[in-house]
Design a protein around this ligand. Structure first.
Ligand SMILES: [Zn+2]
Ligand SMILES: [Zn+2]
Length: 81
C-alpha cells in the first residue's frame, strides 16, 4: 500500500515522520511549518508564505488593518456594480 510508505515532512524544519497516509490525513494541514497566506490576502493583504505561528501573530497585530481592508474591499465592490 502506498499509504504505508514511510515519509518525512516536506518542510525542512519539521521533525515529523510517519506513513504517507498519516501525512495526508493528519499532518499536512496541521504542520506548524506549513506556509500559509493571510485569509485577507484577497482583500489586499500582502502577508503570504509565512508559518502558522507568524500568521497567528499577524492576525492579532494587524487586526485593525484587516477591518479596514475588508471594509474598503466591500465598498469597492459596491461602487463597481
Ligand atoms: Zn511538518
Ligand atoms: Zn493580513
Amino acid at each position: 500500500m502506498i499509504s504505508d510508505l514511510k515519509v518525512k515532512c516536506l518542510h525542512e524544519d519539521c521533525e515529523w515522520e510517519g506513513s504517507l497516509g498519516q501525512y495526508v490525513r493528519a499532518h499536512e494541514n496541521n504542520c506548524e511549518h506549513r506556509l500559509v497566506s493571510c485569509p485577507f490576502a484577497n482583500c489586499g493583504c500582502d502577508f503570504k508564505n509565512k508559518t502558522k505561528k507568524e500568521l497567528e501573530k499577524h492576525l492579532k497585530d494587524d487586526d485593525s488593518k484587516h477591518v479596514w481592508m475588508y471594509a474598503r474591499n466591500t465598498a469597492k465592490q459596491l461602487i463597481d456594480v
